[in-house]
Write a protein that binds this ligand. Structure first.
Ligand code: SDX
Length: 452
C-alpha cells in the first residue's frame, strides 16, 4: 500500500486519482491520527475517499489498519454507475440523464428498459429488434405450470414469483456464462419477457383460473392485462387508458440506483451466479415491507384507518412511535419523491375510467396533515413512490398482494442494467464486507457434563 503522505494513490489504471489534468495538486483529505501523531493525505475523487486508503492508518505494523463502519451503507458508495441519478434534496430522478417526468410523458416501458440497458434511446430499427426479442421470450416452459400448481391456492404471489424466477435458472444453464455478452443479453430478453407471464400465472393460480398464454401482437402492458383478465372471450378487449397508465407506472418503477434490492442483485451477481438466481434474491429483498412491499402495506394501512376523520388518531400513533406511516419517508429523497407526483396525476386518468377510489381521500388527508406536522417536517418525510401506487393498482382491479409483483416486473430492467454494469466494471470484485468483532476472545471447549 503506497504511503499517501507523499503521493496520490494510483487506481488500477495507473492514473493518478483526483488530478485535475494540467498537473494541479489533486484534492486531498488531510487526517491526523492522534494515537500516533502521524499525518496522512487521502486523495478525494468523485466526492469520495477510497476506504482502502484508510487501511494504512495504523498504530503498529501488526495493526490491521482503519476501516469505515457504516451499517446499512448509509454513507457508502458501493460502485460507480451511469444508469440512474437521484438528487434527494431536489427531488430529481433521471435515467441515463433523461428526467423521469419526460420519460413518463413521452416514452414507453420497453423503450426505457432499452435506455437503461444500453445507455441511449433506441433508433426505430433498434427498438423494433428489442421489442421482437423480448416478445419472442414471453412464453414459459410448460413445466413451470406444474411447479406453480404445487403452491397453495392462497400462496402470496411474491413468494411464488421469487421461487419461480429462481427455478428458471434450472431451465437455462447457459445463463451461467455471465462473461459472454450474447448469453447475458439472451437472459435479459428472457427475464424482461417472462416476468409479466410469471406474474399473470401467479394471479390466475390464486383464482383457480386457467393460465392465459401471451399474445405476441399485443403491447407489453396490453399482453400483461390480457394474461391477467382474459376469460372465455376470443380476444381480451384492452382499455387503452389502463394500458398506458400501467406503462407509465412501470416506467416510474424501472430503476432507482443502489436501493436495497439492487444492492442484492449486484451482490449475488458479484459471485458470478446466474441472473435468474440473482434476480430471485433481488425480488426477495423487494418483498420486504420497508422496500417494495410498502405499496401493499399502504393499502392495508388505509383500509385500517377506514375514513378521513380517523386520520388524526392514526397520525398520533405514528408520532408516538407505535406505527409507521407506510409510503412515507425515503433514505435518499428528503423532498417529495418525483415519482409520487406523477403517480398522483396518473391516478386522476385511471379514476375517470374506474371511478374514484375512496381510499384516495384518506391518503390525501394523511398527506395534507403529515406535510404540515412538525414530526414529519423535522424528519423530512414525504410521500414516496409506494404511497399512491397501490391506490391506482387497486382501482385497476389488482389484488393488494399483487402490488409488489407489479413493482418487480418493472424493476426487472433496472436490476439487469445494474447487474450488467457491475460485471463490466473493472473496479468490482466479489462483494464481501468486513465487520467489527465484539464477540468472545479465544476460549476452550467444555464437555457437556462439565458445564454449569
Ligand atoms: C422504496 O431505496 C430506494 O430507492 C427504495 C425505492 C426504490 O424505488 O427502490 O424508492 C422503493 O422502497 C420506497 C420506500 C418504501 N418504504 C416505506 O414506505 C416504508 C415506510 N418508510 C420507512 O420505513 C423509511 O422511511 C424508509 C425505510 C423508507 C427509510 O428509512 P431510513 O432512511 O432508514 O430512515 P429511518 O428509518 O432511520 O427513519 C429516520 C427517522 C426515524 O425517526 P427517529 O428515530 O429519528 O425519531 O424518521 C422516522 C424514523 O422513525 N421515520 C418514520 C417513517 N420513516 C422514517 N416515521 C414514521 N413513518 C415513516 N414512514
Amino acid at each position: 500500500m503506497p504511503d499517501l503522505t507523499t503521493m496520490p494513490a494510483e487506481s488500477k489504471t495507473g492514473q493518478q486519482q483526483g488530478t485535475m489534468g494540467g498537473g494541479e495538486t489533486p484534492e486531498r483529505l488531510l487526517v491526523t491520527d492522534t494515537r500516533t501523531g502521524k499525518e496522512y493525505q487521502l486523495p478525494i475523487s468523485d466526492g469520495t475517499i477510497k476506504s482502502m486508503d484508510l487501511r494504512q492508518i495504523k498504530v503498529s505494523d501488526q495493526d490491521f489498519g482503519l476501516m469505515g463502519y457504516d451499517p446499512a451503507f448509509m454513507n457508502t458508495a458501493s460502485c460507480r454507475s451511469k444508469v440512474t441519478f437521484i438528487d434527494g434534496d431536489k427531488g430529481i430522478l433521471r435515467y441515463r440523464g433523461y428526467p423521469i417526468d419526460q420519460l413518463a410523458e413521452s416514452s414507453s416501458y420497453l423503450e426505457v428498459a432499452y435506455l437503461l440497458m444500453h445507455g441511449e434511446l433506441p433508433s426505430s430499427a433498434a427498438m423494433k429488434e428489442w421489442e421482437r426479442n423480448i416478445t419472442f421470450h414471453t412464453m414459459l416452459h410448460e413445466n413451470i405450470k406444474k411447479f406453480m400448481d404445487s403452491f397453495n391456492y392462497d400462496a402470496h404471489p411474491m413468494g411464488m414469483l421469487v421461487s419461480t424466477v429462481g427455478a428458471l435458472s434450472t431451465f437455462y444453464p447457459d445463463a451461467r456464462d455471465v462473461h459472454n455478452a450474447e448469453a447475458r443479453m439472451l437472459q435479459i430478453f428472457r427475464l424482461i419477457g417472462k416476468m409479466p407471464t410469471i406474474a399473470a400465472y401467479c394471479y390466475r393460480h390464486r383464482r383457480g383460473l386457467p393460465y392465459v398464454y401471451p399474445e405476441n401482437d399485443l403491447s407489453y402492458t396490453g399482453n400483461f392485462l390480457s394474461m391477467i383478465y382474459k376469460m372465455a372471450e376470443p380476444k381480451y378487449q384492452i382499455d387503452p387508458v389502463l394500458e398506458r397508465a400501467l406503462d407509465v407506472l412501470f416506467i416510474l418503477h424501472a430503476d432507482h440506483e443502489q436501493n436495497c434490492s439492487t444492492n442484492v442483485m449486484r451482490s449475488i451477481g458479484s459471485s458470478f451466479a446466474d441472473p435468474f438466481v440473482a434476480m430471485a434474491g433481488a425480488a426477495a429483498a423487494l418483498y420486504g415491507p420497508l422496500h417494495g412491499g410498502a405499496n401493499e402495506e399502504v393499502l392495508l394501512m388505509l383500509n385500517e384507518i377506514g375514513s378521513k376523520d380517523k386520520v388524526g388518531e392514526f397520525i398520533k400513533h405514528v408520532k408516538n412511535g407505535e406505527r409507521r406511516l407506510m409510503g412515507f419517508g425515503h433514505r435518499v429523497y428528503k423532498n417529495y419523491d418525483p415519482r409520487a407526483k406523477i403517480i398522483k396525476q396518473t391516478a386522476d386518468q385511471v379514476f375517470e375510467l374506474t371511478g374514484r377510489n375512496k381510499l384516495l381521500d384518506i391518503a390525501l388527508e394523511l398527506e395534507h396533515i403529515a406535510l404540515e406536522d412538525e414530526y414529519f417536517v423535522k424528519r423530512r418525510l414525504y410521500p414516496n413512490v409506494d404511497f399512491y401506487s397501490g391506490i391506482i393498482y387497486q382501482a385497476m382491479g389488482f389484488p393488494t398482494d399483487a402490488f409488489t409483483v407489479l413493482f418487480a416486473i418493472a424493476r426487472t430492467s433496472g436490476w439487469l442494467a445494474q447487474w450488467q454494469e457491475m460485471l463490466m466494471d473493472a473496479d468490482q470484485k466479489i462483494a464481501r464486507p468486513r465487520q467489527v468483532y465484539l464477540g468472545y476472545d479465544e476460549r476452550y471447549y467444555v464437555p457437556r457434563d462439565k458445564r454449569p
